[in-house]
Design a protein around this ligand. Structure first.
Ligand SMILES: Cc1cc2nc3c(=O)[nH]c(=O)nc-3n(C[C@H](O)[C@H](O)[C@H](O)COP(=O)(O)OP(=O)(O)OC[C@H]3O[C@@H](n4cnc5c(N)ncnc54)[C@H](O)[C@@H]3O)c2cc1C
Ligand code: FES
Length: 318
C-alpha cells in the first residue's frame, strides 16, 4: 500500500488500485470519463511522478511528463504520491457563447494572464463534470476561445453549450503538445481537422501567422454538409490577408463549387508534393486522426513531425 497526499489529506492507495479508484473510494470528487486512458479527463499533476507505471503517461508528451502530469485512471503508485491538481483550477467568467452551426457553439471566457500555447487543451469543469477542450484563441486576443460540439445525450457538452454571458466555469492549466514551435518553423504546415478539431488548428494557425511562418500553410477542414464548416467565411477572409495560407474545405455529403468532395483522408495525401518537408497537425475524430497519420507517414512525412490531438472518448463514458 502507498499513500496519496491530496489537499492536505493523506489517503491510502491499496495494492493494484489506481489513483482515481483510491480518490473516489475515499470521497474525493475527482474528474474522470473513460477510465481507459484515452479521454484525458482525469489529467492531474504530482510532485514527483518518475516512479509511476508507464501507462500513467499514455498519450502525454515528454514535456507534460516532466511537468508532473499523469492520468489518475491509469496510475498505480508503488511509492507515496503528492498531488497538486486542485491548485491549478481557476474560475473564469463567460464573455459570450455563440451558436455557429446546428451543433457547434463558440464559447469565450475571460483569459487575461492565463499561460498557454495556442492549440493546447485544458479541462473545462462545470457542475461537477470535466472534459478536455482545445484552445482556439491566441494569448494576444486576451480571451480564451473553445469550439464545443453539442453531443446529444452527452453529459458535459450540452451544459457548456447552454452557458450564458456572466456564468462561470473552472479551468485547469493548459496541457498538450499540439502547438506551433521551432521544429515546424521552416516546414510547410498541413493543418487538417474534422468537426470541432478545427479549434486547436485555429490556435496553431494564429500563432504561425503571428510568427510570420515562412512556408505554406495548408488548412483542410472536413465536414458532411456545408454548415459543418462553421468558420468557412472567417477563414476565407483570413486567406485574403495571408497569401501563404491555402484553405481547402471538403464535404462528404454535399457537392458544391469551391468545396472538394470526399474524405480528407483520401484527398490530402495525393495533394502533398513534398511530404518530407511538411509538418502536420491532425485533430478531431480518433479514427480520422489515426488513418490520416498513417497515410501521411507512408507518404513520407516523418512521424516526429506529425502532431495530433484525437478527441478521444469511450463508449458508455459517464
Ligand atoms: C485532447 C482533447 C481535446 C478535445 N477538444 C475538444 C474540442 O475542442 N471541442 C469538442 O467539441 N470536443 C473536444 N474533445 C472531446 C470532449 O472532451 C468530450 O469528449 C466531448 O465534448 C463529449 O463530452 P460529453 O460529456 O458531452 O459526452 P460524454 O458524456 O462523455 O459521452 C456521451 C456518449 O457519447 C459518446 N461520445 C463522446 N464524445 C463523442 C464524440 N466526439 N463523437 C461521438 N460520440 C461521442 C461517448 O462514447 C458516450 O457514449 C476533446 C477531447 C480530447 C481528448
Ligand atoms: S478518465 Fe483517465 S483518461 Fe479518461
Amino acid at each position: 500500500m502507498s499513500r496519496i497526499v491530496h489537499e492536505g489529506r493523506s489517503l491510502e492507495c491499496r495494492f493494484d488500485e489506481t489513483v482515481l479508484e483510491a480518490l473516489l473510494r475515499q470521497g474525493v470528487d475527482a474528474p474522470y470519463s473513460c477510465r481507459a486512458g484515452v479521454c484525458h479527463a482525469c489529467l492531474c499533476r504530482g510532485e514527483d511522478v518518475s516512479a509511476l507505471n508507464p501507462e500513467s503517461f499514455r498519450g502525454l508528451s515528454a514535456e507534460q511528463r516532466a511537468d508532473g502530469w499523469f492520468l489518475t485512471c491509469q496510475a498505480k503508485p508503488v511509492e507515496d504520491l503528492h498531488l497538486r491538481d486542485a491548485a491549478g483550477l481557476r474560475k473564469c467568467r463567460v464573455l459570450s457563447n455563440r451558436q455557429v452551426a446546428p451543433d457547434v457553439f463558440i464559447l469565450r471566457l475571460e483569459g487575461k494572464d492565463f499561460t498557454y500555447r495556442p492549440g493546447q487543451f485544458l479541462l473545462l469543469h462545470c457542475q461537477g463534470l470535466s472534459r478536455p477542450y482545445s484552445i482556439a484563441s491566441h494569448p494576444a486576443e486576451g480571451y480564451l476561445e473553445f469550439h464545443i460540439r453539442k453531443l446529444e445525450g452527452g453529459a458535459l457538452s450540452p451544459l457548456l453549450c447552454a452557458l450564458r454571458t456572466g456564468d462561470s466555469v473552472d479551468i485547469s492549466e493548459a496541457a498538450g503538445s499540439c502547438h506551433y514551435g521551432s521544429p515546424h518553423a521552416t516546414s510547410d504546415l498541413v493543418l487538417a481537422a474534422t468537426g470541432t478539431g478545427l479549434a486547436p488548428l485555429m490556435g496553431v494557425l494564429k500563432d504561425a501567422i503571428k510568427k510570420e511562418h515562412p512556408g505554406w500553410i495548408f488548412l483542410f477542414h472536413g465536414g458532411r454538409v456545408k454548415s459543418d464548416l462553421y468558420l468557412d467565411d472567417e477563414i476565407r477572409v483570413l486567406m485574403k490577408k495571408h497569401p501563404r495560407l491555402l484553405y481547402r474545405p471538403a464535404l462528404t455529403r454535399d457537392s458544391l463549387p469551391g468545396y472538394a468532395s470526399g474524405r480528407l483522408t483520401e484527398l490530402i495525401p495525393p495533394l502533398l508534393k513534398t511530404p518530407q518537408q511538411c509538418s502536420a497537425f491532425l485533430c478531431g475524430h480518433p479514427d480520422f486522426v489515426r488513418e490520416l497519420r498513417l497515410k501521411l507517414f507512408l507518404a513520407g512525412l516523418p512521424s516526429a513531425r506529425i502532431l495530433a490531438d484525437a478527441f478521444s472518448h469511450t463508449k458508455g463514458a459517464t
